[in-house]
Design a protein around this ligand. Structure first.
Ligand code: ZN
Length: 501
């Protein structure tokens, strides 16, 4: 390998070492750290992130990229070297446009806003957060100003998370989806509500954790290259392809949280455990976009984990762990309970059918904030009006309304929500492609075998890491661009049967 490529990879590995060390501190902060450590931990993580940013934006990296661009001009698009250069050039161009003063200002403002949100949300006090949120909006627009050439201020934020997409392309997908989802939600609302009270019996924590771990081990999450710990807001995090961790939270009075949360995070983690070993410690060693990442967590959580086939295998083992809670519950009733559809106030607790309406609401509101057509002062009313229009509910207070999600209070406004719905849509598109390549997959799921499905995902998605864009990955793996058709077909078939539509 030419010396300059080796030199670039050596520098990228050092950047990755600093960043991974800060992620490890972040993992510890959210799992084991005593509360007293918070202040020092914030400083330590900021130092590591600053060093990583400085190392990455060094002029020497720019010069290496200039030389390597010429050297690799004829290498095939799909080669690892060409892929690495594409991604590093993109990230370098982005990182060097932002002055470090601005990065520091954003970081200190966001950390203050986040800490204010944790108390103001509990106190239902939007007014206390309003000035901070107005400042966040100003900074979010300020960030966009460093990237002229986009049509709307939300576009560079979207491009960061879901490269290649913008407000117009996402608005178009969302409009198509909405036109079909709203009638489906209405049709289900006219049917008798499913009874999910069996999920709200008492399920002791230790058994819930042990069962969840047994399930994700069988799905293919590799505990020799990962582990699970408890946290308040579950996440997956990677320090190396060979150390990708998951976290969970347990509610002893509601079975869904840990069970489906663990499968969700294991889906994210299996993606990163499956990246080609050659990409270790480079920017290629991660998921390609927020949407594709979420498609992998949703695929395992919903298309597999909430399917009837899956529970034909796993329901008897679950009953044997919780005999007193579930021996009087049939598989049919359990399956109906875990797939209950009912409009609700909280996004993270929403069912598969209504979930995307929560995302569209947030996407439209943040787009309006950034475009200047909605003021922060009017945000709670706009939120409540849209909840009423879309889901037929008005939040009783801001805590269960505009204050519920951390995103606008723990980061920029813009770019953080669309990936959830893109992920849902793509999860069905990928799953349909896997099934058409391997028709026995449903029968294999019914007997608790996931190797073929995971093998297809590894071959078509996981191993490529960030080398290809979302659009390239979709076309290679499924034969076409992003489409809502497989997702709507999936929802119609599953919920049509469940609700007798
Ligand atoms: Zn997720």
């Amino acid at each position: 390998m030419p010396d300059k490529m080796l030199e670039l990879k050596k520098r990228l590995a050092e950047v990755d070492d600093l960043a991974s060390a800060s992620y490890l501190l972040g993992w510890d902060q959210q799992t084991h750290m005593p509360p007293g450590g918070a202040e020092a931990r914030g400083r330590q993580m900021a130092t590591l992130q600053r060093l990583a940013h400085e190392k990455f934006t060094d002029d020497a990296v720019g010069h290496l990229l200039d030389d390597l661009r010429a050297e690799y001009v004829d290498s095939p698009y799909a080669s690892d070297e060409a892929g690495l250069l594409r991604v590093v050039e993109r990230e370098y161009a982005r990182a060097t446009r932002i002055p470090s003063d601005f990065v520091a200002e954003v970081s200190s403002h966001i950390s203050a806003t986040f800490s204010a949100w944790t108390t103001a949300r509990a106190a239902n006090d939007f007014a206390a957060l309003r000035p901070g949120l107005e400042k966040t909006l100003e900074l979010s627009r300020g960030y966009a100003d460093y990237f002229p050439g986009y049509a709307e201020p939300i576009d560079p934020h979207i491009d960061n998370a879901d490269f290649g997409m913008n407000a117009v392309s996402i608005g178009d997908i969302f409009a198509q989806l909405r036109a079909q989802l709203v009638p489906l939600v209405q049709a289900i609302a006219e049917r008798p509500l499913a009874d999910d009270s069996v999920l709200r019996r008492r399920y002791p924590e230790a058994e819930q954790i042990a069962f969840g771990e047994a399930v994700v081990r069988q799905l293919g999450y590799d505990f020799s290259r990962g582990r699970q710990d408890k946290t308040f807001h579950p996440f997956a995090t990677k320090f190396s392809i060979n150390d990708v961790r998951i976290t969970t939270r347990v509610n002893e009075n509601f079975l869904n949280e840990a069970l489906f949360g663990t499968m969700h995070e294991a889906g994210h983690a299996m993606y990163e455990q499956g990246v080609a070993a050659a990409y270790e410690a480079t920017p290629l060693a991660s998921g390609t976009s927020a949407g594709v990442h979420e498609s992998q967590s949703r695929l395992w959580e919903n298309l597999v984990g909430r399917s009837r086939n899956f529970w034909e295998h796993f329901y008897a083992p679950l009953q044997s762990v919780f005999p007193a809670q579930l021996n009087d519950v049939s598989l049919d009733n359990f399956y109906a309970a875990i797939n209950k559809v009912q409009p609700s106030l909280i996004r993270v607790e929403a069912d598969e059918v209504t979930y995307n309406l929560h995302v569209m609401l947030r996407f439209d509101l943040e787009r309006a904030l950034l475009n200047g057509t909605l003021a922060v002062a009017d945000l709670p009313d706009a939120w409540n009006a849209r909840m009423q229009a879309d889901l037929g509910l008005t939040p009783p207070d801001d805590r269960d309304g505009v204050l519920q999600d951390v995103h606008w209070f723990g980061g920029f406004i813009g770019g953080a929500f669309q990936g959830y719905t893109l992920g849902n849509v793509m999860s069905a598109q990928f799953f349909a492609a896997a099934q058409s390549a391997h028709p026995p997959i449903p029968d294999q799921i019914r007997v608790g075998s996931f190797d073929t499905l995971r093998g297809w995902l590894t071959e078509n998605i996981y191993r490529h890491g960030k080398k290809f864009s979302t659009d390239e990955l979709l076309r290679q793996a499924t034969g076409g661009p992003l489409s809502i058709a497989p997702y709507m077909a999936y929802l119609r078939e599953k919920y049509g049967e469940l609700y007798g539509l």
